[in-house]
Design a protein around this ligand. Structure first.
Ligand code: ZN
Ligand code: ZN
Length: 415
């Protein structure tokens, strides 16, 4: 393997590959794997494939992308072609999942790579892609199969995150933060993940036992009550897919999360970190909710993009996820803005505008979209997470009988 030129110790990639295949996917003997990744992540992709075959994988099917090829489309593609999407490829993926293939994505590209391209072309292509991808995405969001997302320190992404460092130092710094957040800098990463999953499960179970009607968030600039969906279920860490395999969909992960009630969110909240959305940095978001709906919205930077986002459809003005992440988490302590949701959402408590997770409701067998909405689950074409947790965040759980229980104090779990 020729990865001697990389400015970080590549031996740690073997540990990351073992965590991805063993803990992230928990790949079963005989299972096929659909693996999408940036071509730059090949040093990790090759190790993942080897680990998968050692674990008894059927066939590993890598589908690689390249930032320069993606950019070439927007630079040279002809007008009228941006509504094209590889539906045939996504149909093949959906077919693979129907046959119980597992799914892995390795993120490595600069999330801001398209920030200097024509936003209309990027938006048109994104919309066409989302529509064509729907059948495959439904298998993943319905948790039909075990899946996972992990990250590799790409060079352009590293320069975006650490603009003041030279390219080698930036890539080394991003590698360090990704490896630490993914817990592969430990002596026994698989054991570290088992311990982490046990801790997340204890938080999740505690919240499920209390079955709070609402959470009340307070910090400077924020006074927000988030009602929770009727029969909501907290999730976090390892979870069992419908094919019976317990996997960790995100490497790393620090959150416990559930479905809020789309009509029971009241008050004002200010974002605690910027949000990178389709190449635009949106900073200083401040919104007011009334009866679940955003009635006032502003941002210090990128306001136009944010206002357009919440106009996407009826559900884009309501929230579909609330997640708790302690301020003392490793990703938060790195103090780094990754411009990537996989990392940034695991740095702070967050809410997501748009689509809810059906898996965050109890007794969903046979539940129709109308039933989900009646219980408070939101629906939308978008699901956009943004951070609201800070060092001074206080959260009370409010029970059905209006009693208050301390959940967060000073940015961290109360107990
Ligand atoms: Zn989340
Ligand atoms: Zn989310």
């Amino acid at each position: 393997m020729n990865d001697t030129a990389l400015p970080f110790d590549t031996a740690i990639l073997d540990k990351l590959a073992d965590v991805i295949v063993g803990t992230g996917l928990n790949l079963a003997p005989g299972q096929d794997l659909v693996l999408t990744a940036s071509a730059e992540a090949l040093p990790l992709v090759r190790r993942v494939a080897a680990a998968a075959y050692r674990a008894g994988a059927g066939v590993v099917a890598p589908i690689l992308s390249d930032e320069e090829i993606t950019r070439a489309r927007y630079l040279h593609g002809h007008d009228g072609t941006f509504s094209h999407a590889p539906g045939w490829l996504f149909e093949g993926m959906a077919k693979a999942y129907e046959g119980n293939a597992a799914r892995l994505h390795i993120a490595a590209d600069n999330p801001m790579a398209l920030s200097d391209m024509d936003p209309a072309k990027v938006a048109e292509a994104a919309k066409a892609n989302a529509a064509a991808y729907k059948p495959a995405l439904a298998k993943i969001s319905g948790f039909e199969i075990n899946w996972s997302i992990a990250a590799y320190p790409g060079r352009a992404w590293a320069r975006q995150v650490f603009p003041d460092l030279d390219p080698d130092a930036a890539q080394a710094a991003l590698a360090d933060t990704i490896f630490a957040a993914s817990r592969v800098d430990r002596a026994d990463p698989v054991a570290a993940w088992a311990e982490h999953n046990t801790e997340l499960a204890a938080r999740r179970d505690w919240l499920n036992e209390h079955d709070f009607a609402a959470l009340h968030f307070r910090s400077s600039n924020t006074d927000l009550t988030v009602g929770l969906a009727d029969g909501h279920l907290w999730q976090g860490g390892a979870a069992e897919a419908k094919n019976g395999i317990t996997c960790n969909p995100n490497i790393p992960t620090e959150e416990v999360f559930t479905t809020p009630h789309k009509d029971r969110v009241e008050g004002t909240v200010r974002a605690s970190k910027p949000l990178a959305h389709q190449g635009t940095l949106i900073d200083g978001i401040e919104v007011t909710f009334e009866a679940g709906k955003i009635t006032r919205a502003k941002a210090d930077r990128g306001e136009e993009v944010f206002l357009k986002l919440i106009e996407t459809d009826e559900g884009a003005r309501r929230i579909g996820e609330v997640a708790l992440v302690p301020h003392a988490s490793p990703i938060s302590e790195s103090g780094v803005l990754f411009y990537n949701t996989l990392f940034d959402e695991n740095a702070a408590c967050h809410i997501a505008l748009g689509q809810c997770y059906k898996d965050c409701l109890r007794d969903t067998a046979g539940l129709s979209d109308v039933d989900i909405a009646a219980r408070g689950g939101n629906s939308s074409l978008i699901h956009v997470d943004w951070m609201i947790g800070a060092a001074d965040t206080e959260i009370d759980g409010i029970t059905l009988s209006e009693e208050r229980v301390a959940v967060f104090r000073g940015g961290n779990w109360a107990d």
